[in-house]
Design a protein around this ligand. Structure first.
Ligand code: ARG
Length: 266
């Protein structure tokens, strides 16, 4: 199988810490180790390099501890960028910072009119853009993405606050194939997913709770948290190559491998 090299944008967690609460994983009382967060993140960068993927970097900004979660910074499809507009004031300045990076790199960037948290809530399959709502991204942002990218956007309702972004409950394996935790979605959205992806890999509550769905697939290699043991076995059984990366420090902020990875789709 000939794999396409991917192009990612990442942000070193130089200023990572947990100093506010905007999701149930965050507890400012629990100490964080920034040096360990950086070391774990560097491992992820190293693996992308070994797999032949290209990684660009945006400079971290002091006072924006969640900026490491690059996936939220924008959505890029067919070389077109939809900027992010964050739900919470603590992350508001990240949107313009990421948009400025794309503008200076020469991309066509649309300033968002509605709240959308980038690839946290927009996941791109071959034929669809899957779009989460319920906690962060506004449904108006879904319509905006559909119009800007010219691709059908499928709105999905998230119902469990631990899975506040779509990328904590679902990831794209390849083309039009996905893995997801059904319990994160409303009954209607579960039916939509079952209809669109009858062959999907269904992931257990246990693997979801260790952020197993926050994985990154290039179509064959899947970067997955080591704690998601059943998922790892299921991926192997389906012929994928799971590669474990432990981002335990960043999980204290409610993020994993996918959250750290913004895909730039040419
Ligand atoms: N603390 C961040 C927040 O709650 C974590 C974001 C994780 N990113 C993601 N793509 N799920 O916004």
């Amino acid at each position: 199988m000939k794999l396409q090299p991917r192009h990612y944008l990442m942000c070193r967690p130089s200023y990572f810490t947990v100093e506010y609460i905007i999701n149930p994983w965050m507890d400012p009382e629990v100490p964080t180790d920034t040096a360990l967060a950086v070391a774990q993140w560097e491992k992820l960068v190293e693996i992308y390099g070994q797999l032949g993927h290209k990684v660009d970097f945006i400079d971290p900004i002091p006072g924006l501890p969640d900026m490491v979660f690059a996936a939220n910074g924008a959505t890029v499809v067919d070389g077109r960028v939809l900027g992010a507009q964050f739900r919470n004031v603590q992350r508001a300045d990240e949107g313009p910072a990421y948009s400025a990076w794309f503008e200076s790199a020469g991309y066509d960037v649309k300033a968002p009119k509605h709240v959308n948290e980038g690839e946290g809530d927009f996941l791109v399959t071959e034929n669809f853009i899957l779009a989460g709502t319920g906690f962060r991204t506004d449904p108006g942002g879904h319509a905006e993405a559909q119009e800007w990218f010219g691709r059908p956007v499928i709105s999905l309702q998230l119902i469990d606050p631990r899975y506040y972004h779509l990328d904590t409950a679902l990831f794209v394996l390849e083309a039009d194939q996905v893995a997801y935790f059904p319990g994160a979605f409303s009954p209607g959205s579960q039916q939509v997913l079952a209809r669109l992806f009858p062959e999907a890999l269904l992931v257990s509550a246990e693997d979801a709770a260790v952020f197993g769905l926050n994985s990154v697939s290039d179509g064959h290699n899947v970067i997955v948290p080591p704690q998601a043991t059943q998922l790892i076995a299921d991926l192997t059984a389906r012929g994928y190559n799971p590669i474990t990366v432990d981002l335990s420090e960043l999980l204290k902020g409610g993020g994993g491998p996918k959250c750290c990875t913004l895909e730039i789709r040419a």
